[in-house]
Design a protein around this ligand. Structure first.
Ligand SMILES: Cc1cc2nc3c(=O)[nH]c(=O)nc-3n(C[C@H](O)[C@H](O)[C@H](O)COP(=O)(O)OP(=O)(O)OC[C@H]3O[C@@H](n4cnc5c(N)ncnc54)[C@H](O)[C@@H]3O)c2cc1C
Length: 509
């Protein structure tokens, strides 16, 4: 589609991961075809395009970690691998005919609210455009974070982040440092351990690890799912229900998680016989405070002769020698950073300029906050998918994405009902009230009381990432847009439009 065909669109979606593709499908289902999906990369898939490290797989059962409107009877495993999830998303893009809407290699560099024309002006590396509404689905885990380790520039070997795996570099026979022990690292370590000469794992904080109940889904089972589609739904429903019941312990009764800790300790004891190593791997915080990790192969890999666990973060790099904060040294050929993402300091926030000429990052300088996880005050007709406090500690993000798509669809319907050129801007009072409620509930949760520092918390220790409730509750509170929570902005009239004059009409307050 040429740029001239699409200088102005009704909706611009940013990102083509689960969130962006889901938004595109939903727009089509709502009968909206005047939209584009702007994607900085050359293909769809987001997380599942970028994370191609060895062993990459989901840690929520595949039948739940997929769209409800696009069930896949052919998932090969209970926890399918990255290549299958990526293929699923490619399939979704094809089946729902989304590709004509997608502009690849179009990184959004800046988007600015034009208060006169009630629209967003969007600058991308693939050309500029404007849109009535922006749906930002840039992902909370899409911009890798590499810590500023002193001396890293002097390292003569290979360095890469788990989300930017360099498949051209052969790790076989190399001395490798794995920095970090989070969700990606525990999948990488057992996958590369057999081939590397030496693997040094730099662990700042040990994770809690539970067994992974993973198995191949056989041909007969898959045929059953194909022949009787309700069996796929049944399976999905069961996985959802179990996780829904667990959530109360995370949000209201962290003490009840004690027995899960005992299970995790037993899991560790089975694999790790050396008491000194066990001590190094035993967390000193409540299970669930950081994401609970699932693996049957991580602990066994750590016991192998070619693996060292340094119970300290990486402190400094001196040439090819890595020095941990506790002084331990290791000489390596390659460093793999499994150090997570810019989650509470989203790079996209620097690029969104709202009604007052302020960026979203400036607005969020004291912490991210968005009405129902979607709308920020002063950013009319802009919403985000997987916005602040919509993350989950134990279930599928697709459930939250689909709830936010309901909200998006109703937002667009409300704009239709208002008629003419109109925009909806979240009232600061509504955003604050929502955020106060979320933060009040957060105080009792395991994420805030469990005694850990995690990526769920921002620099000031506030949890601006996780939803402190069930996914069913989030579904309920995002079903409809409540117009009293928004200001309706209207264009003053055609004659005055060129003067950038907008009359602000308060409605429904
Ligand atoms: C290794 C890994 C495993 C995970 N496993 C699970 C799991 O098992 N279960 C679960 O629920 N969640 C999991 N997650 C979380 C996962 O990120 C979400 O479930 C989901 O994939 C997020 O989808 P998204 O579309 O919001 O974001 P993403 O998939 O990150 O997609 C965002 C897209 O936006 C694009 N983009 C970003 N900035 C710009 C820009 N400025 N201009 C244009 N395009 C831009 C990116 O290129 C990307 O394609 C995992 C995450 C990781 C990293």
């Amino acid at each position: 589609m040429s740029e001239s065909e699409h200088r102005h669109v009704r909706v611009a979606v940013i990102g083509s991961g689960f969130g962006g593709l889901g938004a595109a499908v939903r727009l089509r289902r709502e009968g909206i075809t005047d939209f584009v999906v702007l994607e900085r990369a050359g293909g769809v898939g987001g997380t599942w395009r970028d994370n191609s490290y060895p062993g990459c797989a989901c840690d929520v059962p595949s039948h739940l970690y997929s769209f409800s409107f696009a069930p896949n009877p052919d998932w090969p495993r209970t926890f399918s691998g990255q290549e299958h999830i990526r293929a699923y998303l490619e399939h979704v893009a094809d089946v729902f005919r989304l590709r004509p809407h997608i502009r690849f290699d179009s990184e959004v560099k800046r988007m600015t609210w034009d208060a006169g024309k009630l629209r967003w002006d969007i600058e991308t590396t693939g050309g500029n455009l404007s849109a009535d509404v922006v749906v930002s689905a840039t992902g909370p885990l899409s911009d890798p974070k590499v810590p500023a380790v002193p001396g890293l520039d002097s390292f003569p070997g290979k360095v890469f982040h788990s989300a930017r795996w360099d498949h051209g570099y052969d790790l076989a026979g190399k001395r490798v440092a794995m920095v970090g022990t989070g969700a990606s690292a525990i999948q990488i370590v057992p996958s590369i351990q057999p081939e590397v000469a030496r693997l040094t794992v730099f662990q700042r904080t040990p994770p809690w690890v539970l067994p992974r109940v993973d198995r191949a889904i056989g041909g007969a089972e898959r045929s059953l799912h194909r022949a009787l589609p309700f069996t796929t739904q049944l399976r999905r429903g069961l996985s959802w229900g179990i996780r829904e019941l667990q959530i109360q312990a995370f949000t209201k009764h962290p003490d009840e998680l004690g027995f899960v800790e005992r299970l995790a300790k037993r899991n560790m004891a089975r694999a790790i016989k050396d008491p000194a190593l066990r001590a190094r791997l035993t967390p000193d915080y409540r299970i669930g405070c950081k994401r609970i990790l699932l693996s049957n192969t991580y602990y066994p890999a750590l016991t192998q002769d070619n693996v060292d666990v340094v119970a300290s973060g990486l402190g400094e790099v001196r040439g090819s020698t890595l020095v941990a904060a506790d002084g331990t040294e290791a000489e390596v050929d390659a460093i793999v950073f499994g150090t997570g993402f810019h989650v509470t300091d989203l790079p996209i926030a620097e690029r969104v300029v709202g009604a007052a000429g302020r960026t979203l990052a400036e607005t969020w300088k004291d912490g991210m906050a968005a009405l129902r996880g979607a709308s920020a005050a002063g950013f009319p007709n802009w919403m985000t998918i997987i916005g602040p406090n919509t993350g989950l500690g134990n279930s599928s993000m697709i459930l939250m994405i689909e709830s936010q798509l309901n909200y998006m669809a109703d937002f667009l319907r409300q704009l239709d009902v208002l008629g003419g050129r109109a925009a909806l801007d979240a009232r600061p009072s509504a955003v604050n009230a929502w955020n106060r409620k979320v933060q009040d509930r957060m105080r009792r949760t395991v994420w805030n009381t469990g005694g850990c520092t995690s990526w769920y918390l921002d620099a000031s220790g506030r949890n601006t990432t996780v939803w402190p409730g069930t996914t069913a509750e989030f579904r309920r509170v995002t079903r409809r847009v409540d117009l009293t929570e928004y200001q309706v902005l209207r264009q003053a009239g055609r004659a005055r439009r060129d003067d950038n004059d907008v009359a602000r009409i308060r409605e429904g307050a």
